[in-house]
Design a protein around this ligand. Structure first.
Ligand code: SAH
Length: 362
């Protein structure tokens, strides 16, 4: 088994059957099941330890002990989609909807820049109340005021023309998780009007336009199996995204999946490590959902090879409204508090936030 880890370190890939063996060794099911939620199981698992230690070594070789900090701004929780897992899905009537104005978004960037951030991520639902023009103008305004900062968008599928306009206005990167590379599983997670084919088309469009592209999955989403996970790994191996977003699925009580189990900590850490070994220079965040799942989840993600953190710069008033899942954690309500909390959290494992653009360097 340890040979598989060595092979992955050296060749950066495995055969599908070998990925499967590796995942089986980590722990059969992809959901949390039983006793592993943040518990001792992970620390006793020498195989997982070997895998994450190898990934951590590769991350340190490439990035040292600086963790790229990106300021996250959640710009709107309106959404035309009805993804079955997501708390801000269209049919959830219990969400108070909000949309930040251009002025509010730029103010968040200013605050972030004052705190040292050189990289902003604008995330939101597919809010058609915000026109492509309006978004392009927001990007252009941030670009004018912060000519050297990185601008990342994560606004779902808005179509190739829109992607092109946002890029022309100054956006550098786009995050769009494929969510699952298995057709049937995709259908299980999404309403009929969405399809894996459209999602993959959007990812190819983004790449062709010239974005640094991020994709990824939720670990332990309902219906996920070892087969679908192997497909995800193989998809990512072939697509070679610059960024990989990976966190556990967490239930949100107003969604159809509100009663489902959260994803597995061990499986999430194992997948972070696999992607780090596969793509030594990829930008891989230790996500908020991982921090929400388990105490010390965020630092454990870094110790498994992640090299990015995304503290929240959204206004205090709207932050609780961007509730994709229950219990969503943030570093502290004020952005400045958040940075201080992040810095001390990373210091406990000998790392520190790196306030840089943090571009992909292949
Ligand atoms: N509208 C954008 C941004 C969505 S939120 C888009 O569709 O890309 C960003 C990510 O949060 C999603 O891609 C999904 O993988 C994740 N997410 C949504 N609901 C979640 C849940 N219940 N648990 C964990 N992650 C979730």
């Amino acid at each position: 088994m340890l040979q598989l880890i060595d092979k992955l370190i050296v060749t950066h890939r495995l055969e599908p059957g070998e990925y499967r063996l590796l995942l089986e060794k980590i722990g059969g099911e992809t959901g949390a099941g039983g006793n592993e939620r943040g518990g001792e199981a992970a620390t006793n698992d020498s195989f997982l330890d070997a895998l994450t230690a190898a990934a951590r070594k590769v991350a340190i070789e490439n990035f040292g002990n600086g963790v790229y900090a990106r300021g996250l701004i959640e710009i709107s929780n309106f959404c035309r989609n009805d993804c079955l897992y997501c708390g801000i899905r269209r049919s959830n009537r219990n969400v108070a909807r909000y949309r930040l104005s251009k002025e509010q978004i730029v103010a968040c960037c200013r605050l972030g820049a004052d705190l040292g951030f050189q990289s902003f991520v604008l995330q939101g639902g597919e809010d058609m109340g915000m026109s492509d023009d309006a978004i392009a103008e927001i990007v252009a305004e941030i670009r004018r005021e912060f000519p050297r900062h990185a601008i990342t968008l994560s606004l779902g599928e808005r179509g190739r023309e829109a992607f092109q306009r946002f890029f022309d206005a100054g956006a550098d990167r786009y995050l769009l998780r494929h969510e699952t590379a298995d057709n049937q599983h995709y259908t299980h997670l999404h309403p009929a009007e969405m399809s894996l084919e459209k999602r993959l088309q959007a990812l190819h469009d983004l790449r062709e336009i010239g974005y640094q592209v991020g994709t990824g999955i939720m670990v332990g989403s309902p219906g996920q199996t070892l087969e679908t996970l192997v497909k995800d790994i193989v998809f990512i191996e072939h697509f070679r995204p610059e960024m990989v977003g990976l966190g556990p699925f967490l239930p949100q009580h107003d969604t159809p999946f509100g009663g489902e189990k959260p994803g597995s900590l061990r499986m999430t850490l194992a997948l972070l490590a696999i992607f780090r070994l596969m793509m030594p220079r990829a930008l891989i965040p230790s996500t908020t959902s991982l921090a929400t799942l388990a105490s010390e989840g965020r630092v454990r993600g870094i110790l498994a090879g992640a090299n990015v953190v995304m503290p929240n710069l959204s206004p205090v008033e709207t932050r609780a409204l961007y509730a994709l899942y229950d219990g969503k954690k943030s570093f502290g309500t004020e952005a400045a508090e958040g940075v201080a909390a992040l810095t001390s959290e990373l210091a406990t494992i000998g790392y520190q936030p790196a306030f840089v653009r943090g571009d992909y360097r292949g």
